[in-house]
Design a protein around this ligand. Structure first.
Ligand SMILES: Cc1cc2nc3c(=O)[nH]c(=O)nc-3n(C[C@H](O)[C@H](O)[C@H](O)COP(=O)(O)O)c2cc1C
Length: 183
C-alpha cells in the first residue's frame, strides 16, 4: 500500500508534519512518502500567470503523487481560521489541472492540529466541506487540540492516551477501507 502523507504547512518545524508522520507510522507494511508545502513552492496563483505559462510543474508533481497513492493522510495547519496560504496556493493551482479532480477519490484521513483548544477545527471544517467537491473521499477526520500538551515531540507520538486511541481506531478504519478497495 502506498501512502502519501501531506502536511498542509510550509513551516520547517510544522506540528502538522509531526502529526501526519506519526499517523503514517501507525500503518504497517506501507510505503510512505511524507511531503509538505515546501516541496511544491511556486508563484501565487494568478489568472494571467496561468494564461501565459499554464499550471506550474510543482502542482503537476503534487497531482502525480496523489494519483500514485492508495491512501492520503493530510494534516492542515490553521491560519486565521482556515488554510495556510502555502497550502491554499498548492490547492488552487492543482485544481486548475484539466480533466482530474484534486484528490482523485483516494480514501483520505483528514486531520488538523494547533496549539490551541480547537486544534485546527476551523480549517478542518472548511476542508471537510470543500474537498468532496474536488474528488475528496474523506473516510475519517481527526483533530489534536493543545498540541504541545498532547504530543511528545521527542518520541514523535501522541502522549494523550485518549486521543492516541482515537487516532489508532481511525487509522484501522481507513486501512480496512483501503484493503477492501485492493480486492
Ligand atoms: C498567521 C497565523 C494565523 C494563525 N491562526 C490560527 C488560528 O486561526 N487558529 C489556531 O488554532 N491557530 C492559529 N495559528 C497558530 C498555528 O496553529 C500554529 O502556528 C501552528 O504551529 C501551525 O501549524 P504548523 O506548525 O503545522 O504550520 C496561527 C498562526 C499564524 C502564523
Amino acid at each position: 500500500m502506498k501512502i502519501l502523507a501531506v502536511a498542509g504547512s510550509n513551516s520547517e518545524t510544522s506540528i502538522n508534519k509531526l502529526l501526519v508522520s506519526y499517523a503514517a507510522s501507525l500503518i504497517e507494511n506501507a510505503e510512505v512518502e511524507i511531503v509538505d508545502m515546501n516541496d511544491f513552492e511556486m508563484p501565487i496563483y494568478k489568472h494571467q500567470r496561468e494564461v501565459e505559462s499554464g499550471v506550474p510543474q510543482e502542482a503537476k508533481n503534487f497531482a502525480e503523487k496523489i494519483d500514485a497513492a492508495d491512501l492520503l493522510l493530510i494534516s492542515l495547519s490553521e491560519h486565521n481560521g482556515t488554510y495556510s496560504t502555502a497550502f491554499k496556493n498548492v490547492f488552487d493551482w492543482t485544481s486548475r489541472i484539466k480533466d482530474r479532480a484534486v484528490w482523485n477519490e483516494k480514501p483520505m484521513l483528514l486531520m488538523a492540529t494547533a496549539p490551541g483548544a480547537r486544534g485546527g477545527l476551523g480549517v478542518l471544517e472548511a476542508a471537510t466541506k470543500r474537498f468532496p467537491l474536488h474528488g475528496g473521499n474523506i473516510v475519517e477526520t481527526f483533530t489534536l487540540p493543545f498540541f504541545n500538551d498532547n504530543f511528545d515531540k521527542e518520541a514523535g507520538k501522541i502522549s494523550n492516551e485518549e486521543k492516541d486511541s482515537e487516532l489508532k481506531e481511525k487509522i484501522q478504519k481507513i486501512s480496512a477501507v483501503e484493503s477492501i478497495l485492493e480486492k
